[in-house]
Design a protein around this ligand. Structure first.
Ligand SMILES: [Cu+2]
Length: 160
C-alpha cells in the first residue's frame, strides 16, 4: 500500500514539475501554417498565449515572411523597414517574451491585406523560476525537469 501511494505521489509531483516548466509551442495556423487563405483570427481565438510560449511561423521559404509590427502597422498593413525578427527561414520561431498585444504580418506585397496577419494577446504566465546554479549546469534540457520531479517525489515520500 505504501508503495502504491509513493507511486501516485511521484506521478503527481513529476506532472506538476513538467506543467510548471513546459512552455507551449504554437505552430501558427496549425497544419495550414503561414500562408494566404487562412483565418488567423479563428486560429488564435481559442488559444491562451502566455509569456514563455513560442510561435512558429511555417511557410515555403521565399514565398512569405514574418514581421512583428505595431498595432497601427497591423491595421494599415505597413511593412516596417527593418526586420526585428532576424532572417526568414520558413520556420521562424518567436519567443513571447513579454505580456500584451502582439501583431505579426507577412511583408510580401498584398499578403497582409490578403489575410496574412495575426494578432494575439500574451498573458503573464506563472513566474519563471529564478535561474540557479543547478539549472545552469543542466541547461534547458527536459532531463533537468525530470530530475527535479524525482527529487521532489523522493522528498514527498520521505515526508509521508
Ligand atoms: Cu505572405
Amino acid at each position: 500500500m505504501a508503495v502504491h501511494r509513493s507511486l501516485v505521489i511521484f506521478a503527481i509531483v513529476a506532472l506538476m514539475a513538467l506543467a510548471i516548466s513546459s512552455a507551449t509551442e504554437y505552430v501558427v495556423g496549425g497544419d495550414d501554417g503561414w500562408k494566404l487563405g487562412v483565418k488567423y483570427d479563428d486560429w488564435a481565438k481559442d488559444k491562451m498565449f502566455v509569456v514563455g510560449d513560442t510561435l512558429v511561423f511555417k511557410y515555403k521559404t521565399g514565398s512569405h515572411n514574418v514581421y512583428k509590427v505595431t498595432g497601427d502597422e497591423f491595421k494599415s498593413c505597413t511593412t516596417p523597414s527593418n526586420n526585428s525578427l532576424g532572417s526568414f527561414t520558413g520556420n521562424d520561431t518567436i519567443k513571447l517574451a513579454t505580456a500584451g498585444a502582439k501583431w505579426y504580418i507577412c511583408g510580401i506585397s498584398g499578403h497582409c491585406d490578403g489575410g496574412m496577419k495575426l494578432k494575439i494577446t500574451v498573458l503573464d504566465g506563472a513566474p519563471a523560476p529564478a535561474p540557479s546554479a543547478a539549472s545552469t549546469l543542466f541547461a534547458k534540457g527536459t532531463g533537468f525537469h525530470v530530475l527535479v520531479g524525482m527529487v521532489l517525489a523522493i522528498v514527498a515520500v520521505i515526508m509521508v
